[in-house]
Ligand binder design. Structure first.
Ligand code: SAH
Ligand code: SF4
Length: 391
C-alpha cells in the first residue's frame, strides 16, 4: 500500500486534484481546506459534514500531519517559539510575536541555508534540506491551534497573559473562530526563494479564504536576492517583499551575502523595480543588519541612498544578533541612530528593529548551531532577538 498522502501540504488545486483522483466532487476540496486549516482539525472522523464513506476513504489513504514539536517556549513579553522536528536530527523554529493590533508569525522554509551569509548562524550551519509544503504551512497550522488552546485554557483567568485574538476582520476566519495570527513573515531559517515550489504552496494556502485568508499585504517574503525567483513570485503570487540588502556596493555585499556574486546589486535593484509593478504594497522593505565597523558608516548610508534612488522603499535596520565565533559585533545604538537619521533626512522611512523574546532566544536562525545538541539548548543563556514587524 502506498504511504498516506499528507493533505496538510496541498493547496486548493492540489486537494481538488486529489479528490478528483478519488472520484469525489471538487467542492470536497473546499470542505477539507476549511476543516484542516480554519478549524485545525486533523482527525477525519470529526469532519462531520463529510459523507461516512468519504471519511473512511480519507482514513485509509490520507493524513493531516504537521511536524512534531520538540520545544515550546513563551517569553515574558508574550513572544512564543516552537522548535519543530523535521527529521534526521534537523529542527527548525517558528516564532509568534503578539502586539496590540496584530499577531505575527515568523516561519522557516529550510533546515539550514545554502546562501551562507557571513553574519547568519543559519548560514553557518550549512544546508540540510528544503522543507516540504506541509512542514512550512504546518508551522502556521500548529501555531494557530496552540494559541487558540492557550487562550481557551486561560479563559477563566483573564489576567494570565494568554494571547488575545487580533482585532479587526481576518478574512476567511470561520464564523466564531478566533484568529491570533494576522501577519506572516518568511524570516525564520532558510532562503524561501531557494525552496520556491514549497513556499508557493504555503503562500497560496495562507491567502486562500477557505484556509487562512490572510491579506497579501500581511504576508512578507524575505529574500537575500534570488533575482529570477523574485520575478517568478511577482508572476505567481505577489505578496509583500523584503530584501536583505546589508551593503551599499557589490564589493562589500559580495563578502556579506555571497549570492551577490551571482546576482549583483544592479540586477537586484532592477528586479525590485519590476516587482513593484505587481506588488500589493507600493514599496520594498530593505533589511540591513548593522555590523560594527563593517557596513555602518555615514558614507555607507549615503552610498545606500544613491543605490536605492529609483526604488520606492523603506529601511529596516537590524541590530546584529551575535553568535559564538561570528567575529562580528553589533553597531552601537548611537551609530544605528545616526545611520538611520541620514536615511530619514533624505526622506526614506526607516525603522530600527525592536528586540523581542530576549529570554527565550527567539532570533532568526539563532538555534541553528544548537539543534544537534538539545541539552545545550535548554541551558543557553539569553541573547537578543531581532525579529519584529515590518511596518
Ligand atoms: N533568507 C532570507 C530570510 C531569512 S533571514 C533572508 O536572508 O532574507 C531573515 C533576516 O534575518 C534577514 O534579513 C537576515 O539578514 C537577518 N539575519 C540573519 N542573521 C542575523 C543576525 N545574526 N542578526 C541579525 N539579523 C540577522
Ligand atoms: Fe540564508 Fe537568510 Fe541566513 Fe543569508 S541571512 S544565510 S539567506 S537564512
Amino acid at each position: 500500500m502506498s504511504d498516506p498522502v499528507n493533505l496538510l501540504g496541498l493547496d486548493a488545486e492540489g486537494l481538488a486534484r486529489t479528490c478528483q483522483g478519488w472520484g469525489e466532487k471538487p467542492f470536497r476540496a473546499r470542505q477539507l481546506l476549511r476543516w484542516i486549516h480554519q478549524r485545525g482539525e486533523a482527525d477525519f472522523a470529526a469532519m462531520s459534514d463529510l459523507a461516512k464513506d468519504f471519511r473512511a476513504r480519507l482514513a485509509a489513504s490520507a493524513c493531516v500531519r504537521p511536524p512534531a514539536v520538540l520545544q515550546d517556549h513563551t517569553s515574558s513579553d508574550g513572544t512564543r517559539k516552537w522548535l519543530l522536528d523535521v527529521g534526521a536530527g534537523n529542527a527548525v523554529e517558528t516564532v509568534f510575536i503578539p502586539e496590540a493590533q496584530r499577531g505575527t508569525l515568523c516561519v522557516s522554509t529550510q533546515a539550514g541555508c545554502a546562501v551562507n551569509c557571513l553574519f547568519c548562524s543559519t548560514g553557518k550551519q550549512g544546508f540540510s534540506r528544503n522543507l516540504e509544503p506541509a512542514e512550512i504551512i504546518g508551522q502556521l497550522w500548529w501555531a494557530n491551534r496552540a494559541l487558540a488552546k492557550s487562550a481557551a485554557d486561560a479563559r477563566p483567568d483573564a489576567s494570565s497573559g494568554a494571547p488575545s485574538p487580533v482585532s479587526g476582520p481576518v478574512a476567511g476566519a470561520a464564523a466564531g473562530a478566533e484568529r491570533y495570527i494576522s501577519n506572516v513573515v518568511f524570516m525564520g531559517m532558510g532562503e524561501p526563494l531557494q525552496n520556491y515550489a514549497a513556499t508557493l504552496v504555503a503562500l497560496r494556502l495562507m491567502l486562500d479564504d477557505n484556509a487562512y485568508g490572510l491579506s497579501r499585504r500581511r504576508v512578507t517574503v524575505s529574500t537575500s536576492g534570488v533575482v529570477p525567483m523574485i520575478d517568478r513570485l511577482r508572476e505567481d503570487c505577489p505578496v509583500a517583499l523584503a530584501v536583505s540588502l546589508h551593503a551599499p556596493n557589490d564589493a562589500l555585499r559580495d563578502q556579506l551575502v555571497p549570492l551577490n556574486r551571482k546576482y549583483p546589486l544592479a540586477e537586484l535593484m532592477a528586479a525590485c523595480q519590476r516587482y513593484l509593478n505587481d506588488a500589493p504594497r507600493d514599496f520594498i522593505t530593505f533589511e540591513y543588519v548593522m555590523l560594527d565597523g563593517v557596513n555602518d558608516s555615514d558614507q555607507h548610508a549615503r552610498e545606500l541612498l544613491s543605490l536605492v534612488r529609483a526604488v520606492p522603499c523603506k529601511f529596516n535596520l537590524i541590530p546584529f544578533n551575535p553568535f559564538p565565533n561570528s567575529g562580528l559585533r553589533r553597531s552601537p545604538d548611537a551609530r544605528v541612530r545616526r545611520f538611520g537619521q541620514i536615511l530619514l533626512d533624505a526622506g526614506v522611512v526607516t525603522t530600527v528593529r525592536k528586540t523581542r523574546g530576549d529570554d527565550i532566544d527567539a532570533a532568526c536562525g539563532q538555534l541553528a548551531g544548537e539543534v544537534q545538541d538539545r541539552t545545550r539548548l535548554a541551558q543557553r543563556s539569553s541573547r537578543t532577538i531581532a525579529i519584529a514587524e515590518l511596518r
